[in-house]
Unconditional design. Structure first.
Length: 182
């Protein structure tokens, strides 16, 4: 009887030992545990890079387009909103739907009066009234442009969106300058 108990114990330890040493399937289990966080981090890195690139392109496009107002080209050629929007879109490399860019160009009394307000309400709806009033020589001008950038990633709480149920992010660019004496 004692011999049988020893044999059973040895047999059980041998089975558990074999099971513990068996490494088939470990890769699948590890991949299953780590795949979602890994791909979420890769996606977050890619989306962060894309958002930063797009915001820099948008800011640069507004800066370049503002030059036509500052130098008097827009005033002398009779530009209105569509022409100014086209000037912005020339420099966006196709990253933006130009018809969805909200633009406001207006004169202000002085640089100290330059202020902007949110172009959207608390629900993310546009409240900005688009206008194009480039002013005359030596007037201070405020150029504002806004765009709702669609966000893609919403995994594990990572989201860039702050509008429309976290599916879009508000991008903005503005310039304040005094028109040249054209």
């Amino acid at each position: 009887m004692l011999f049988a108990k020893k044999c059973r114990r040895a047999y059980k330890s041998l089975r558990l030992g074999r099971f513990g040493k068996d490494e088939r399937g470990v890769t699948v289990v590890e991949f299953g545990l780590l795949a979602l966080p890994f791909f979420a981090i890769i996606g977050a890195i890619l989306e962060t890079g894309l958002v930063l690139l797009a915001s820099q392109v948008f800011d640069s496009a507004v800066h370049d387009a503002s030059r036509v107002v500052r130098t008097g080209e827009a005033q002398n050629k009779g530009y209105n909103m569509p022409e100014f929007r086209a000037k912005i879109c020339e420099h966006t490399f196709g990253l933006f739907d130009c018809n969805k860019i909200k633009i406001r160009v207006r004169t202000i009394k002085s640089f100290s009066n330059a202020s902007t307000s949110s172009p959207v309400d608390k629900d993310g709806k546009w409240i900005i009234s688009a206008s194009f009033k480039p002013g005359q020589r030596n007037e201070v001008v405020l150029v504002e442009a806004y765009y709702k950038w669609p966000t893609i990633l919403n995994i594990m709480g990572f989201q860039f969106g702050n509008l429309d149920g976290n599916s879009a992010m508000l991008m903005s660019a503005s310039r304040v300058f005094m028109n040249e004496p054209f």
